[in-house]
Ligand binder design. Structure first.
Ligand SMILES: [Zn+2]
Length: 445
């Protein structure tokens, strides 16, 4: 009897030429879809991508698509555990897995907010053993003296210019330059929520998304971007979160910095009668602005797609518009919704993959997001024919609602994390072995 290891003979290992598993399907190379085989090694990394790869085990996917899993730079999971029936790290990361996301950036306006290194350590400890996919924590940029400590615990920073859930007060404008310099000094990525509260309409009591757009107008975003660009150190890793207008995209690119757009700003518009479920910050904009933003995205002018996933409990969105919290869930739906847009012909697959997978992973310094040797084998299997309407009730999360109920989407049928299947037949089958990404890891590349 030949010696067996992990269920295979030594002869089979030799015959395999190193690859433990080969996935055979179609993938994007040099901007085009073509037959592709991906060899994965025993460590869960991509060994080889070619027309034909030899390996011990083969998984033939016919003409289904092999895509890199996504990185979502912007989610709010709020609670590591689940004290009140809210979504937890476990629920949120399972949603990410189902939506084809391999790595999430978790925002610091949590409960309690991540404003110190101790808080970041506590949050990591609370998340251990609960993550279905990987996570990178943001630290809140509130005091320059805390930046070096937070940078050792978090992978990125977030700056709020207006008060938000969990962060009661924004820093005084004259302290912002010092905060930006502190982040530039540790070479960490910084995301800025760019809304200038002095430009909000005072005394407005909006009753729909059109009113919300008027109350927090685009001018407040433009003013906040100008303020930050005026003091940002050259060469810092600066990203403007969830921009809502084409003018922002153009201005930020001209200054040499990055920006992200959410699936809701790409797909939904402010309108009369638009309800509290579509209340987000910054607000949805009118249809003609949405179309310009979508066109920018389709032309590859917006570096990152991010969900700004905010899984508020359904009852919190049922009261009067003015009192409802801002934000909507999105980590599970953003890639499937945009894959459906690709299928309809409104967006190129290569452009989508660059914004959803490749560039955000690079921004976080993570070896994900590309089908290339040496990258981690975080892969999706997608059948573009398998379109189906989104039904919140089908999703295993306490959040239980979506602003995209009934919208056509293409969910990944399979999701591999480091070469192991965590989603099969569209159902989560993984174990909570997701890890936290740390700055040391970030600087490896
Ligand atoms: Zn957010």
């Amino acid at each position: 009897m030949p010696a067996r290891r992990r269920g295979r003979t030594e002869e089979e290992r030799v015959a395999a030429g190193g690859a433990e598993l080969v996935l055979a399907g179609r993938g994007v190379r040099r901007g085009h879809l073509e037959p592709m085989e991906i060899g994965i090694d025993g460590e869960g990394r991509i060994l080889r991508v070619a027309r034909s790869v030899r390996g011990a085990r083969r998984h033939d996917l016919g003409d289904r698509l092999l895509l890199p899993a996504a990185t979502d730079l912007h989610v709010h999971f709020r609670h590591a555990d689940r004290p009140r029936g809210d979504e937890s790290f476990a629920d949120g990361t399972i949603q990410a897995a189902l939506g084809g996301v391999a790595l999430v950036g978790e925002m610091p306006n949590s409960d309690p907010p991540v404003t110190t290194a101790d808080r970041a350590r506590d949050r990591r400890a609370a998340g251990r053993g609960r993550l279905a996919v990987d996570m990178l924590l943001y630290g809140a940029l509130t005091e320059a003296r805390r930046v070096p400590g937070l940078a050792r615990e978090c992978g990125a920073f977030k700056l709020y210019l207006a008060p938000t859930t969990g962060i009661g007060a924004a820093p005084e404008p004259d302290r912002v330059p010092e905060l930006l310099r502190a982040v530039a000094a540790v070479d960490a990525p910084l995301s800025v929520h760019a809304e200038e509260p002095t430009r909000f309409l005072p005394g407005a009591v909006p009753t729909d998304t059109a009113g919300w757009d008027a109350a927090r107008p685009f001018a407040s975003e433009a003013a906040a971007i100008e303020r930050i660009l005026g003091v940002a150190p050259t060469g810092m890793r600066l990203n403007f979160a969830h921009v809502t207008g084409s003018a922002s995209v153009e201005r930020v690119a001209r200054a040499g910095f990055a920006c992200e757009v959410t699936s809701h700003h790409l797909l939904l518009a402010a309108r009369r009668g638009g309800g509290a479920r579509e209340k987000v910050n910054p607000p949805l904009r009118p249809e003609e602005e949405r179309l310009r933003l979508f066109d920018d995205f389709a032309r590859g002018r917006i570096p990152f797609l991010a969900s700004d996933h905010a899984p508020h409990p359904p009852e919190s969105k049922e009261g009067p518009f003015a009192g409802a919290p801002s934000g909507m869930p999105g980590v599970a739906s953003q890639l499937p919704l945009l894959l459906a847009e690709v299928r309809r012909g409104g967006l190129g697959l290569a452009e989508l993959l660059r914004a959803a997978c490749e560039r955000p992973a690079l921004w976080f310094g993570a070896p994900f997001g590309r089908l290339a040797a040496g990258y981690r084998a975080d892969l999706l299997v997608v059948d573009p024919r398998n379109r189906r309407p989104i039904r919140a009730a089908d999703r295993p999360t306490p959040c239980g609602w979506t602003a995209f109920e009934g919208w056509e989407a293409i969910f990944p049928e399979e999701h591999y994390r480091a070469g192991l299947r965590i989603v099969e037949g569209g159902e989560y089958i993984g174990r909570p072995v997701g890890t936290f990404h740390r700055p040391g890891f970030l600087r490896e590349r």
